[in-house]
Design a protein around this ligand. Structure first.
Ligand code: MEV
Length: 438
């Protein structure tokens, strides 16, 4: 059977679906009805989703949860989280409540600089290129004026452009390395448009630069693109309290807990295998808020992990210490986020999420997202160093298993009560369902 097609994108949605289900599914009817089930009845809303991307055939839902009681710099937030993993929102809520009673989270935006680069080849004397750049630097900024004037009115724009010589790595390779302030916008379109203008200016001005030879005049631009590595777009989040205040669990003293917790962080600082999982837990919180607020979680992920390896070894994003009887746990993390542009005014649930957060500025959102990450890591390390992760995890996972076996409401009530006092494992749940049914 021919499984390829030309002109797929030109088909109507119904034609696309018909072709797909007939070509790839044994039970075309049920595949079709499932796709239809996730379709929005409201045509306008569905059209919005259809037009976000190409070839939309239905919608893919994720739960949108809320973790309330987050005290951040003395203001209370209920944080929206879009995520499928069962224990994440519960863990965030627990950590929020825990720190609410201990002064809350303290945060601070350290810097907000974004980066973009024009990568190009110049076969000539680098001193001549430096001379050229010195003479034309202001032209780059002037030529970009039509693009930057609105951003400048609001206090942002191009911060600087530098010529970088990379010929020790690749013959003839140079960069224009530009920095930007994009205020409440994530800034990808703004930065990429500026960079593409820089590349035009670069090629034009090189042609006109008299001391270049005819070969030198032919600068070859390879590409112009923003960088998702933003080590100078940094936010810090922190919690601290007296060690005695850390007690909650009767089985472990506050001192022992604090020490184990700090050791767990130390381990993630020096052991990459652990650091990756440790940071994954942080990203459980971060991605969920980034996604709920319509930001680009792939960009955030890529930038955060590059930052975690900035010393040459992948390491923990969070740090912890005990000093003079005070337990402190903190994180500094690069987050390029926007609260205007992109999906923010387009996706109705993103608008709702931003309203729930009190229409934050990008700087405020950076702080909220960082807190969600720190809280998630706190919750994970608290479980890992005390009860172990599976207790909480499996309790939350219980509902997934019950749904898998299509448990009725009555069965669910009975089994949830049963597993309040019994360890949840997949086989124990299956056995309990079986006992109940027979
Ligand atoms: C699971 O999604 C995240 C954890 O593995 C994080 C961690 O180990 O710190 C629990």
């Amino acid at each position: 059977m021919n499984r390829t097609i030309t002109g797929f994108s030109k088909l109507t949605k119904t034609e696309k679906i018909n072709w797909l289900v007939d070509t790839y599914f044994t039970d075309a009817t049920s595949a079709k009805s499932l796709l239809k089930q996730y379709w929005n009845e409201d045509n306008k809303l569905q059209q919005l989703h259809d037009e976000f991307i190409e070839n939309t055939i239905t919608n893919y839902y994720l739960p949108l949860g809320v973790a309330p009681n987050f005290l951040i710099n003395d203001r209370v937030y209920a944080i929206p989280m879009a995520i499928e993993e069962s224990s994440v929102v519960a863990a965030a809520s627990k950590a929020a409540k825990f720190w609410y009673d201990r002064g809350g989270f303290k945060t601070e935006v350290i810097s907000t600089e974004k980066i973009g680069q024009v990568h190009f080849m110049f076969s000539g004397e680098s001193s001549k290129l430096e001379q050229f750049f010195k003479a034309t630097k202001s032209t780059f900024i002037e030529d970009a004026q039509p693009l930057t004037k609105n951003m400048e009115k609001r206090g942002g724009g191009i911060l600087d452009i530098k010529l970088v010589n990379k010929t020790q790595h690749i013959d003839n390779y140079y960069q224009l390395h530009a920095t930007f302030e994009t205020l409440d916008a994530m800034g990808a379109n703004f930065i990429n448009s500026c960079l593409e203008q820089f590349s035009k200016t670069l090629k034009r001005e090189a042609q006109n630069f008299e001391i270049f030879s005819s070969e030198e005049k032919n600068i070859q631009v390879i590409m112009s693109i923003l960088s998702n590595y933003v080590p100078n777009c940094l936010v810090r989040a922190e919690v601290s309290c007296n060690i005695e205040e850390l007690t909650e669990n009767q089985d472990i003293s506050a001192q022992e807990f604090a020490e184990k917790f700090v050791q767990a962080v130390n381990i993630a600082e020096i052991e990459p295998y652990r650091a990756v999982t440790h940071n994954k837990g942080i990203m459980n919180g971060i991605d969920a808020v980034v996604l709920a607020t319509g930001n680009d979680f792939r960009a955030v992920e890529a930038g955060v992990h590059a930052y975690a390896s900035r010393t040459g070894q992948y390491s923990s994003l969070t740090h912890a210490k005990i000093e003079d009887g005070i337990f402190t746990f903190w994180m500094e993390i690069p987050l390029a986020l926007g609260t205007v542009g992109g999906l923010t005014k387009l996706h109705p649930l993103v608008k709702l999420a931003l309203e729930l957060l009190g229409e934050p500025s990008a700087k405020e959102l950076m702080q909220i997202v960082a807190v969600a990450g720190l809280a998630q890591n706190f919750a994970a390390l608290r479980s890992l160093t005390t009860t172990g992760i599976q207790e909480g995890h499996m309790k939350m996972h219980l509902m997934n298993i019950l749904n898998q076996f299509e448990a009725t409401l009555e069965e669910k009530t009975k089994l949830i009560a049963h597993f309040k006092h019994n360890t949840v494992t997949h086989s124990a749940v299956v056995e309990a369902i079986d006992n109940l049914r027979h």
